[in-house]
Unconditional design. Structure first.
Length: 309
């Protein structure tokens, strides 16, 4: 045994290298050193504690071998988890092993944990004429002036900015300058992303804010009698989108995220630079944004097939 190996063993003997104890340190590291969001911490805790329960929390991390991990993959599959969800578990475990190696704890190499190949996912998006039908739907049925203006602003903000619904409902009024079509949102806990509004989104927002007389800090609020002035929930936004999709006689399944997809797809169709679209959407990886180029290929084929009609 050489001196380096001996020193590592002495260091490891000073504290527990059980999976359970190291997971506690790893989650602390993610929260306080990597500054990950509460949602990321919640997910990593779920995935890694499932792993700890499988191997036994008191198991020495240095004894986990590749064939053991294969058994664990089979176990996750037997739980009925999708390949995508299993991949999330594996990514979390790889990060955990990297943390162990970084701290001089010998364990299985993260590189030995491969991710399952996932087929390209189908993206549900709307054509521009379908978007306009949904945007016009509130004017057809909503009699209450404030609610109508709020709903129109929500729809245009989702489509005209590419915001995630979680970002939309977290916006406060003081973040918005109605003389400017640009504002910022906090993305992935600590990152700031610039958001740009279309003219329609800005005008809809101005009309909505002029109609408000409450003092709530939040941009989009509930107008129900029992929760008036409280921040609008994700479920409420989803219900609003679903309601006007039905009124517009759109047969596709449309969610707030569909409007975000439609925002990106429209930009790609108009030959926007994919790197710019990546930045506008707040994607960490260009690979995520590239799904919209495949959507555009399908659209171009649909246009070409018009020749056969």
């Amino acid at each position: 045994m050489n001196k380096i190996q001996s020193d590592k063993q002495v260091q490891a003997s000073k504290f527990s290298i059980s999976v359970e104890s190291l997971l506690e340190k790893f989650l602390y590291y993610l929260e306080y050193e990597k500054n990950h969001s509460p949602k990321t911490l919640e997910n990593y805790s779920l995935w890694l504690n499932r792993f700890a329960n499988y191997v036994g929390g008191d198991m020495d991390v240095t004894k986990i071998k590749p064939m053991y991990m294969l058994d664990y993959r089979m176990y996750l599959n037997q739980l009925g988890l999708s390949k995508k969800t299993i991949n999330y578990h594996i990514v979390a475990i790889r990060s955990f092993f990297k943390f162990c190696l970084k701290n001089d704890i010998d364990c299985m190499s993260p590189d030995k944990l491969e991710l399952a190949r996932i087929p390209n996912r189908e993206i549900n998006f709307l054509l521009e004429e379908e978007v306009m039908k949904i945007m016009n739907a509130p004017m057809q049925i909503e009699k209450d002036d404030l609610k109508r203006k709020r709903d129109i602003a929500i729809l245009w903000m989702l489509y005209g900015t590419g915001l995630r619904v979680s970002e939309l409902i977290s916006i406060k009024r003081d973040q918005i300058d109605t003389n400017n079509k640009q504002f910022s949102v906090r993305w992935k806990w600590s990152k700031i992303r610039a958001i740009f509004m279309t003219n329609q989104a800005k005008d809809a927002l101005v009309n909505y804010l002029k109609a408000r007389s409450d003092t709530s800090d939040y941009l989009f609020i509930s107008l129900s009698w029992n929760s008036f002035g409280k921040v609008l929930s994700r479920n409420s936004v989803e219900a609003i989108v679903k309601k006007y999709t039905s009124i517009a006689w759109i047969k596709k399944k449309v969610t707030p995220h569909t409007l975000r997809h439609s925002f990106a797809t429209t930009l790609i169709k108009k030959w926007a630079d994919i790197r710019a679209v990546q930045t506008l959407l707040g994607h960490a990886s260009i690979t995520t944004t590239q799904i919209y180029t495949h959507v555009d290929d399908k659209y171009l084929k649909w246009v070409h097939d018009l020749l056969d009609e």
